[in-house]
Each structure stands twice: as structure tokens, then as C-alpha cells.
Design a protein around this ligand. Structure first.
Ligand SMILES: [Zn+2]
Length: 261
């Protein structure tokens, strides 16, 4: 809570620094702009860096050496997620799905299938608000709670894991997650499946960076479709297997099952 208060203080202090502009002079303008830029830079770093631990503790690796964890955000998608599940079954690979509550509610059978086939289902908020870091406290709590409740309704389990949209932080996220008993899962490898347009470049990007224990961020739902990722993924999985990696979940299914209220 002290860090949340410090962050909010930084926000007000940064904005208050603009008052140093008056009376106008070169030195006043330079000082005000420097302080404003510094404060804004620190806040952006704290809110946007996916592995920053300051506002909320998070994990970007799995414990087991020689393993990697594939994670898929933003689904379920009625077409692409079942295709992905078919591929994962064919390759005998388990993965972690960070589902958006509203979409899960529209396609519960897909989420249930993923859970029943041994994958891990985790909370990616209720509606995936793009400006997650600016949500009012009540909306922040509702986004997290409704996401958890939705998974509970569909799979009969209470998830223990959370990832925010784009990994964004929020000054009050630590306390909101503690109240819900959720752990923030980040990533070490961003696949860049949202921007890379060629499957061989995408595969190369992942394979050139991946190391033991890495959690890899991918998407099973994208505005322009997931065909590039799905073209790359079979080869990526085969190559990771050839290098001796084992595929594990980003969290623990046993503890996820703990509370079915
Ligand atoms: Zn997302």
C-alpha cells in the first residue's frame, strides 16, 4: 500500500512541477520540463515494463530447469482456439490460457475443453480494458473479480493466476490481487505475434531468444487473425523438443483446483 501511495504522490508531484513554469523564464521552463519528463518517464516505466516488480510482484519464469511454458492471451476465439487445441493435442503439449471473461462467457465449451484436456486457465480480466492502468479502483476490482468468477463458473475451479492486458500495471493492482488470492504471471519472451507478419520470422524470433524456464507470450486471438503464429507454432514446438525442452504450465493446476465455491 505504501508503494501505491508513493506512486500516486509521484503522479501529483509530476503534474505540480508544471507550476514551476511561472514566472516564465528560460531557467524556469527548463526546470519544469525536466522534472515533468523525469516524473513521466518513471511512471511509464513502472506501469509498462512487463517484468517490473515495484508495483506488483510477478513471475516471468517457471521453476523447472529445462522447461518452457507456452501462454496464450485474449481468447477464447470460436475458430482459432479450437484449432490451437487440436495442434497442442497432436503435439502432446500443455499450455496456459489467459482468457478474457466476456469471451469465455460467450464460448464456455472451448474453455471447458481446454481445461479438460489438461491446460491451465487463468484470468485476463473480464473485458480486457486497453487503458487498464487508468481504471478507477472499483472498476479494477470488478474486472479482476468477474474474470475469476467466470472461470469458476465454467471450469468449476478457482484460478490462482492473473495477467493484465498488455501486462500493464496499476497503482492498486497489488492489493487487488492479494484480495483475490491471485499471482501475476508475466513473460520472458514476447513472441511479437501481434506485429510480425511472416511465420519464419516469428519462429526465428522465438527460437533465437528462448532459454530454459522461460514463459512465452503468444495470442490465440488477434484482430488480424492468428494464421502467422499458427504456421510458425508446429515448427517452434518441434525445434524446442529437439533442443530437449519440456513444456509445462505457467502455474499449478492442483492449487488452481483448491477452491470450487
Ligand atoms: Zn491481452
Amino acid at each position: 500500500m505504501a508503494r501505491s501511495a508513493l506512486f500516486i504522490l509521484l503522479f501529483f508531484a509530476t503534474n505540480a512541477s508544471l507550476s514551476l513554469l511561472y514566472p516564465f523564464s528560460f531557467s524556469h521552463i527548463l526546470l519544469a520540463i525536466s522534472l515533468y519528463a523525469l516524473g513521466t518517464g518513471v511512471m511509464l516505466y513502472l506501469l509498462f515494463n512487463p517484468r517490473n516488480q515495484w508495483l506488483v510482484t510477478n513471475r516471468s519464469q517457471v521453476e523447472q530447469e529445462g522447461c518452457v511454458a507456452l501462454t496464450f492471451d485474449d481468447g477464447p476465439d470460436p475458430v482459432d482456439t479450437p484449432r490451437l487445441l487440436d495442434l497442442l493435442r497432436e503435439k502432446n503439449v500443455k499450455a496456459t490460457f489467459f482468457v478474457v471473461g466476456q469471451r469465455a462467457e460467450r464460448h464456455p465449451e472451448i474453455v471447458r475443453r481446454a481445461w479438460e484436456e489438461g491446460h491451465l486457465i487463468a484470468n485476463h480480466t473480464w473485458s480486457h480494458p486497453p487503458l487498464f492502468c487508468f481504471l478507477l479502483p472499483r472498476r479494477l476490482r470488478a474486472e479482476i473479480e468477474r474474470g475469476t468468477e467466470c472461470i469458476n463458473r465454467i471450469c468449476g475451479v478457482r484460478t490462482r493466476y492473473f495477467r493484465s492486458p498488455v501486462g500493464l500495471r496499476h497503482p492498486l493492482l497489488r492489493s487487488a490481487l492479494e484480495r483475490e488470492g491471485l499471482e501475476f504471471i508475466s513473460w520472458r519472451i514476447r513472441s511479437c505475434d501481434t506485429i510480425i507478419k511472416k511465420s519464419d520470422s516469428l519462429a526465428r524470433h522465438i527460437l533465437n531468444h528462448v532459454a530454459s524456464r522461460d514463459i512465452i507470450l503468444m495470442h490465440d486471438r488477434l484482430p488480424n487473425g492468428t494464421h502467422v503464429l499458427f504456421e510458425a507454432l508446429p515448427g517452434v514446438i518441434d525445434e524446442l523438443k529437439r533442443r530437449g525442452f519440456k513444456f509445462v504450465l505457467a502455474g499449478d493446476r492442483e492449487t488452481a483446483c483448491g477452491d470450487t465455491e
